[in-house]
Write a protein that binds this ligand. Structure first.
Ligand code: S3P
Length: 173
């Protein structure tokens, strides 16, 4: 049995799908952002504001490395920027089966336009920022993924069913 690791851009539904999978498969769920907030004793927004993005990325790398050493089999939901650092690919792969929830910039914007928690999107032109980040990250997400699932226009239940079917076909669950 291996971990199922969810990666993808902000708003693609990693946390929601992680919770659903956790109920369905009776496995514990862990979320890298929640792990970091617990460990640091403050929110991601506060870490960005007080220590900066680079410091957050270092903490994120420490987090995924630590998770990769833990033998517990879980569902792991990751922060949207985690696959950007190549240093994180080894731990991601070591953890288990990596599922990329792929979202388009338009759908990500629709889902995140009212959001105030994601520091990277608190800017003049959040749509432009989403396009720019996705452009850079898309090939990295693809390179890390064992399975890719498109989420645009699908309900949570539809994505869950599709994921369960694929994971069964691939003998992951
Ligand atoms: C980030 C995504 C966020 C969080 C942080 C940075 C990113 O997680 O880790 O705000 O760089 O894409 P979600 O993808 O869960 O929103």
């Amino acid at each position: 049995m291996r971990n199922i690791v969810l990666i993808g851009f902000m708003g693609c539904g990693k946390t929601t799908m992680g919770i659903k999978l956790s109920y369905k498969l009776h496995r514990i769920m862990e979320d890298t952002d929640k792990w970091i907030e617990r460990n640091e004793g403050c929110t991601i927004r506060e870490i960005f504001a007080t220590k900066g993005e680079e410091a957050f990325r270092r903490i994120e790398t420490a987090c995924i490395k630590k998770m990769a050493e833990d033998p517990t089999v879980r569902i792991i939901s990751t922060g949207g920027g985690l696959p950007v650092r190549e240093e994180n690919w080894g731990p991601l792969k070591k953890l288990g089966h990596v599922v990329y929830l792929k979202i388009s910039p338009g759908e990500a914007y629709d889902r995140l336009k009212e959001d105030t928690e994601r520091p990277l999107l608190q800017c003049e032109d959040p749509y432009g920022r989403i396009c720019e980040l996705l452009d850079k990250r898309e090939p990295l997400y693809e390179a890390c993924a064992d399975t890719v699932i498109l989420v645009d226009g699908k309900t949570v239940e539809e994505v869950l069913d599709e994921m369960l079917t694929i994971l069964k076909e691939k003998d992951v669950i």
